[in-house]
Design a protein around this ligand. Structure first.
Ligand code: PLP
Length: 460
């Protein structure tokens, strides 16, 4: 394609001048790399650097080979795949970004427990075998009012286990308005089938009454299921049976009631723009026999599925073979115990990042946005009001007001560089501006964002 004979000649000269891998390995800037990395990795980095240079030359780039490219290739090769991201999207429980960040107390506890041995399944008082769940059960019961609890890998697993243990081979009654998909292909009817339960749908999409459940009860009924609408809302002409009504029906007919609560707020969350979310305690008090919720949604702890309820139900769940397959590891136990301690100590809103971020006063957010704005200096941008999101399939209608800094475009190119750098920065593009919602940023994050934007757009 259109290269003149002189250009072709220059390209061939440049290609011939590319160093061999053996030469490169002896270069003063490359040889020391072998001391700190495996030789095979350095060889791979040399190959990648030379190959990249070859491709550039063939495209018409006439720059000479830069030996510094080897170190750059090597650092790309050895950088961890899972790495830190600065979340400037304003979505607090961002599933793609790992949902809930842990509190300092939880992080320290995980580090301490991970480093050595621990009494995961050893009762230190008696010197006998203990239960891994014992470390968190009391705290869960204290915060929810439940008699007993169990923790599995996530809330999806908790639902699977509860259905399997309580209603395998039997009928489960659920409202047509609650046959939801949680995300990632987790759909209530499929989970039901997987658990060996027969789904009995009652009511309509928008209206279901307790009488609909009552009419569907048969000797085959194993469970009344209520699924909290955590990731969508039904508005308008609607009606649903309350947990209390279902509990009353279940009690008189001897059928347990299970509520899949999903988000699982342990305490009410009061802040501008947040909608109300039932607490786990309110559902237990309303009479549900068993409640399942996530550890890493509104609770703000590690990924986990917490099931709490009557002693009788939890005992059935713990004996089910699935429980062993879904069990949590010691790191989850450590993080969950430390997170729950903050709730016990009345420090959840200040200590648990999810709660702190969701309840940050608007004035604080504005001050943070001004700080970021100041750090950006002459780079074209403006401070704007915006709306954050709770995310993680929680409070779909909540519109917590927030502040963002909108950096002038071109936004896609800037976002790409920031996303691929270290630490990665993920923001939101609106009308070719890159919006940095400051809700999930620390002051230190703001300075990192400003420095990195300046590096792309020219230092202030
Ligand atoms: C989020 C959610 C789940 C799944 O929770 P994971 O912890 O992500 O497995 C299940 N049920 C409801 C109602 C949810 O909102």
């Amino acid at each position: 394609m259109g290269a003149t004979p002189t250009e072709t000649g220059r390209r061939q000269a440049l290609l011939r001048a590319l160093p061999s891998i053996d030469e490169l390995l002896l270069h003063a800037q490359v040889a020391p790399l072998v001391a700190s990395s495996a030789r095979s990795l350095v060889v791979e980095a040399c190959r990648n650097a030379v190959q990249a240079a070859r491709e550039r030359i063939l495209k018409g780039d006439e720059a000479a080979f830069d030996v510094g490219a080897v170190a750059a290739e090597l650092s790309t090769l050895v950088q961890p795949s899972l790495r830190r991201v600065i979340n400037a999207t304003g979505v607090v429980l961002h599933t793609n970004l790992g949902r809930a960040p842990l509190s300092a107390r939880a992080v320290d506890r995980v580090a301490e427990i991970a480093r050595g041995y621990c009494n995961l399944e050893l009762d230190l008082d008696e010197g006998e075998r203990g239960s891994r769940y014992s470390h968190v059960v009391e705290l869960i019961c204290r915060m929810t009012g439940a008699e007993d609890a169990l923790v599995v890998n996530n809330c999806a697993a908790a639902t699977l286990l509860t259905l399997g243990a309580l209603a395998q081979g039997r009928e489960v009654i659920v409202s047509r308005g609650e046959l939801v998909e949680i995300g990632g292909g987790f759909r209530v009817p499929d989970v039901m089938r997987q658990s060996g339960c027969a789904l009995v749908e009652v009511g309509t999409t928008n209206r279901t009454r307790v009488g609909d459940y009552e009419a569907a009860l048969t000797p085959q009924t194993g469970l009344l299921l209520k699924v909290h609408r955590s990731n969508f809302a039904v508005v308008g002409f609607t009606e649903e049976a309350s947990t209390a009504e279902l509990a009353e029906l279940g009690r008189t007919r001897g059928v347990p009631v299970f509520e899949d609560l999903g988000s699982g707020a342990l305490l009410p969350l009061h802040s501008e723009g947040l909608t109300s979310e039932p607490t786990v305690r309110s559902i237990i008090e309303a009479g549900a026999d068993v409640v399942a919720f996530s550890g890493d949604k509104l609770l703000g702890g590690p990924q986990a599925g917490i099931v709490c309820g009557s002693r009788d139900v939890i005992s059935k769940l713990s004996k089910h073979p699935l429980n062993r397959a879904l069990r949590i590891d010691k790191l989850t136990v450590a993080a969950l115990e430390a997170t729950l301690e903050a709730y016990r100590d009345g420090a959840a809103d200040s200590e648990v990042p999810t709660r702190a971020m969701l309840t940050t006063p608007l004035a604080t957010l504005e001050a943070r946005a001004r700080l970021l704005s100041k750090a950006l200096g002459p780079i074209p941008h403006r401070v704007v009001q915006t709306i954050s999101k709770v995310g993680g399939g929680s409070m779909p209608l909540a519109e917590p007001p927030s502040f963002a800094v909108a950096v002038a475009g071109p936004a896609i190119a800037l976002h790409e560089v920031l996303r691929q750098g270290t630490p990665a920065i993920v923001a939101r593009i609106t009308d070719d501006e890159l919006w940095f919602d400051v809700r999930c940023l620390t002051e230190a994050d703001c300075h990192v964002v400003a420095t990195r934007v300046a590096a792309v757009r020219g230092a202030p």
